[in-house]
Unconditional design. Structure first.
Length: 177
């Protein structure tokens, strides 16, 4: 029986040169640096977007609370009335007969019941502005009071302070004054 004369390829026993190793490591580090930089940028963008979503959700809840309570309210006053401090404050009587107030205090919205105020927006939210515009509040005009609420919201998450979300809603009270 004859065994074939197959020979294995000859390997270079000298290895890589120093220049080849430096070029290979340099290319590898360049590719890794680009990949890591892109990954860090994507994480930063994701954190900012999450902060804006959380701020918008929190402000939306506060806006819904104000609108829900204003629908059943009466005796509204805002900025132009001497009983109210400015356009960032709304005072009215709710269906239970309590005096309710909503106001901007610093960077948060507060709700007051009979003069005792407490914050209704979270600590991750910065309210930039809050304005109440009333119409139809004149007695005997035949129109239900309408309250337009304007709000500017941003997140306190680092890097998102420049982004301001603008929210607006108009609420019509259920009763005609």
């Amino acid at each position: 029986m004859k065994i074939s004369n197959f020979q294995f390829p000859i390997f270079n026993e000298h290895g890589f040169t120093l220049v080849e190793l430096i070029v290979a490591v340099g290319l590898f580090l360049t590719v890794i640096s680009i990949a890591v930089g892109s990954f860090v940028q994507a994480l930063r963008a994701q954190r900012q977007i999450s902060g804006l979503i959380a701020a918008e959700s929190n402000a939306d809840l506060a806006l819904e609370q104000m609108a829900r309570e204003a629908r059943t309210g009466f005796d509204f006053c805002s900025g132009g009335n001497s009983a109210c401090l400015g356009p960032s404050e709304l005072i009215f009587t709710n269906a239970a007969g309590e005096t309710i107030g909503y106001r901007l205090n610093g960077a948060s919205i507060e709700r007051g019941v009979n003069g005792v105020f407490g914050r209704i927006t979270g600590g991750n939210v910065s309210i930039r502005y809050l304005n109440f515009i009333l119409s139809g509040v004149e007695s005997g005009d035949g129109w239900p009071p309408r309250i337009t609420i304007l709000m500017g919201v941003s997140s306190k998450e680092m890097g998102t302070l420049a982004a301001v979300l603008r929210l607006q809603t108009t609420v019509s009270a259920r009763t005609i004054d």
